[in-house]
Design a protein around this ligand. Structure first.
Ligand code: UD1
Length: 432
């Protein structure tokens, strides 16, 4: 198991580039199972979760080639023979549950393991299952597995997600496009990851109305074509770097190759902290990435304390709340971070306190009093976003910190320490 040894405090200077989005890539990979033609997806990050999900997909007999040097994934599901996703693979990554919708759509049947627990509390899949039943699929649960079956054509139906869910929206869209006469999904997730999935499916020939809104209407088509697609940049990675770039008062960095249009209200909240921002639209690379931006962010001498509440898109993302709370330990005054999506996603808080931060959890929020000088210590990561926030805190802490169990980071951030070291961080990866 690797750990990071981080020396701080280090101001950051230079340019850092955002990789392709993991959370946007996984639904695209699942969509590739809906066609027997070849799908080529570019800008896929070199991450453990992508390799794990590739393994899950290969288990169906599908051919998956991940050319990591070029970040290109080629999926050929023409050879798919087995409508199954076993426990030993699904338990490693919850998003493997997308296999349920994909196999339902492609095969009209599936045997998929229920995902296991999660480091930040209960993450149910009841809405995925209720939605599939409402669509007309028969669902049976036995020995930790979901057994699903349905006819070639499902009658018109509708379902309302309450609360809105990214994962359930993805699964229901995948299950509907080849089978439902007409399926209306109310309160659908509007996250860019869902929009991208729908756009890719439209390119493949799917009939989906209302893309980008909270009501999706899907009518079945008989078959889908192959796909050539450039995956979106990772908006959470972009947000993480923008935040890392304001923790030290002497930092000024440029974060490039992401889409400002996909950041929701995050940029407005960021501006309230008193940072200096200069934004530039990058010219489109031919035939490849479109609408990419570059933002130069300069830390103010004194950061304002700003409270945020997480909300569904376009609200402040839950996947950036740990990083925000970490930055607020350096802001002048009191602030809070309230997570309305995952109410107990605060495992990083006691670890921040070990570094000297004045932070505590009260019900669904973290209360932060800043500014506080952080001092190096050993801290333990408990999930992906908690891990990165501890690395950020360690970069601000005086002296040396050990951030343990960084395998979480390898699941979600492409070459994090390499990129941060290029802009002035001092992070060493050590195998224990
Ligand atoms: C996805 C992201 C994750 C992000 C989250 C919220 C991926 C692989 N993961 O997770 O990084 O933090 O969106 O933006 O893309 N819920 C139910 N029943 C269900 C499903 C969800 O009650 O069947 C609830 C959840 O407990 C949560 C809320 O709905 O409170 C939103 O969860 P959801 O959008 O489904 O998150 P994921 O898709 O799992």
């Amino acid at each position: 198991m690797d750990k990071f040894i981080v020396q701080g405090p280090t101001p950051l200077h230079g340019t850092i580039s955002v990789s392709g989005s993991k959370n946007a890539a996984l639904p695209l990979m699942a969509a590739a199972l809906l066609t027997d033609e070849i799908c080529i997806i570019d800008n896929i990050p070199r991450l453990q979760d992508i390799r794990t999900f590739s393994g899950v997909i290969r288990g169906t007999g599908t051919d998956v080639t991940f050319d990591e040097a070029s970040n290109r994934l080629v999926i050929d599901a023409g050879t798919l023979t087995k409508a199954e996703a076993p426990y030993d693979l699904v338990r490693k990554m919850r998003a493997s549950f997308y296999m349920l919708g994909a196999l339902a759509g492609r095969c009209g049947q599936a045997k998929v393991s229920l995902p296991g627990g999660c480091a930040w509390g209960p993450r149910p899949v009841d809405l995925h299952l209720k939605g599939l039943e409402a669509m007309g699929y028969e669902i049976r649960q036995e020995a930790g597995y979901i057994f699903l079956k349905g006819p070639d054509t499902l009658p018109p139906s509708s379902f309302k997600l309450q609360p809105s869910s990214v994962g359930a929206t993805v699964n229901l869209v995948l299950a509907a496009v080849l089978r439902s006469e007409e399926f209306t999904l109310h309160h659908a997730a509007m996250e860019p990851d869902v929009v991208q999935l729908c756009e890719a499916l439209q390119q493949m020939g799917a009939d989906i109305e209302g893309v980008g809104t909270s009501v999706l209407r899907i009518r079945k088509v008989d078959r889908l074509n192959g796909l050539q697609f450039a995956n979106a940049p990772d908006r959470i990675e972009a947000g993480t770097y923008l935040l890392a770039g304001i923790m030290h008062p002497e930092s000024s960095i440029t974060v490039q190759n992401f889409r400002l249009s996909e950041m929701g209200t995050f940029m407005e909240e960021l501006q309230k902290t008193g940072v200096f921002l200069s934004m530039e639209a990058l010219s489109d690379a031919p035939g490849h990435f479109r609408n990419l931006d570059s933002v130069t962010i300069t830390a103010p001498s004194k950061l304002n304390a700003v409270s945020v509440n997480t909300e569904i898109y376009p609200g402040f993302p839950t996947d950036l709340q740990a990083q925000w709370a970490t930055v607020m330990t350096q802001a002048a005054g009191q602030s809070h971070v309230c997570d309305t999506i995952y109410m107990d996603r605060f495992s990083y808080v006691p670890e921040l306190a070990r570094l000297g931060a004045d932070v505590r959890v009260e019900r669904d929020r973290v209360l932060i009093q800043g500014p506080k000088t952080l001092n190096g210590a050993s801290v333990m990561s408990t999930d992906l976003r908690a891990s990165v926030s501890l690395v950020m805190a360690a970069m601000m802490a005086k002296g040396s910190s050990d951030v343990l169990r960084v395998y979480h980071l390898d699941r979600g951030y492409e070459e994090l320490e390499v990129k941060l070291n290029q802009i002035g961080a001092r992070i060493e990866r050590v195998s224990e």
